[in-house]
Design a binder for this molecule. Sequence first.
Ligand code: NAD
Length: 318
Amino acid sequence: MKILVTGGAGFIGSNFIIYIMEKYPDYKIVNLDKLTYAGNLENLKKVENNPNYTFIHGDICDRKIVERAMEGCQTVVHFAAESHVDRSIDQPAVFIQTNIIGTEILLEVAKELNIKRFHHVSTDEVFGTLSLNNLEEKFNETTPYSPRSPYSASKAGSDHLVRAFFETYNFPATISNCTNNYGPFQFPEKIIPLFITNAFEDKPLPIYGKGQAIRDYLYVIDHCVALDLIIHKGKIGETYCIGGDSEKNGVEIADTILNLLDKPQNLKTFVEDRKGHDMRYAMDHSKITRELGWKPSVSFEEGIKKTIAWYKNKKWKK
Ligand SMILES: NC(=O)c1ccc[n+]([C@@H]2O[C@H](COP(=O)([O-])OP(=O)(O)OC[C@H]3O[C@@H](n4cnc5c(N)ncnc54)[C@H](O)[C@@H]3O)[C@@H](O)[C@H]2O)c1
């Protein structure tokens, strides 16, 4: 099988490429990535000399490059995106360009080239926010879309396009909506790698508002396992919700990291809350558990230790 991975130099994409190339040594992988601030070819050192791996430096909005990258592939796994909510609040335009226009170009080319399966990687954030008053409530595949940030609105737009291609053209697509990932290779702007790298350097850990906003954390390799199942066994036209069963708020994340690194509690610093901050995300992943036999296997306690160990001695330009 030959797979085009878009955004394969980013956090989840690079973990996915390494995971797939180790599990299926005969698969060929083409990685198309623009190498924005979030893309890092260092992540792919393990596979860069593998003859089954090809890197193409390019933009998913560039149709010619997309055509070249997709030539001869049977499957597309689409990760490429602008992915940070705070950046989307400051500069929404690039999110519309990459996340919506870029996805549409990929879909058009994939349709023309008769790609057998197109998997679109999306987020729980398209569903909006849950309340802190009912902690039993979770998102699932039937939750109506209600995005509240430019990032989540752009991802919702791309999800709708993928679904529209399936409905209109019988295009062979699947979608997954996943909760917050953490693990190796994540650019240290999102909460877990930011807090870990700051704590190592005795810098403040900036906690939004009162630190009460809850996210559900999934170890990135568990996400790769879920994607592997979906691209091999997922039903065309379906959406799968993926979650980590590990809900934590900002204060809990900071406390865990400071305790594990034996750093002082006064590194916790409360800063102005994010504009329009979603207060809680949580995912009911029972569909993918029932239909494809997937569930998260790495506990938060184990995953955070592995993640801290990975960031130790790594130098990042933030
Ligand atoms: N990180 C999470 O917690 C999370 C959770 C759910 C869903 N997702 C989704 O998973 C996907 C991957 O997320 P991530 O955290 O690995 O993102 P990331 O920001 O770490 O990586 C994104 C990658 O896409 C590349 N890219 C950006 N614009 C591009 C363009 N126009 N053309 C080609 N390449 C481009 C970047 O260079 C980078 O390598 C995204 O679609 C994101 O919305 C992420």
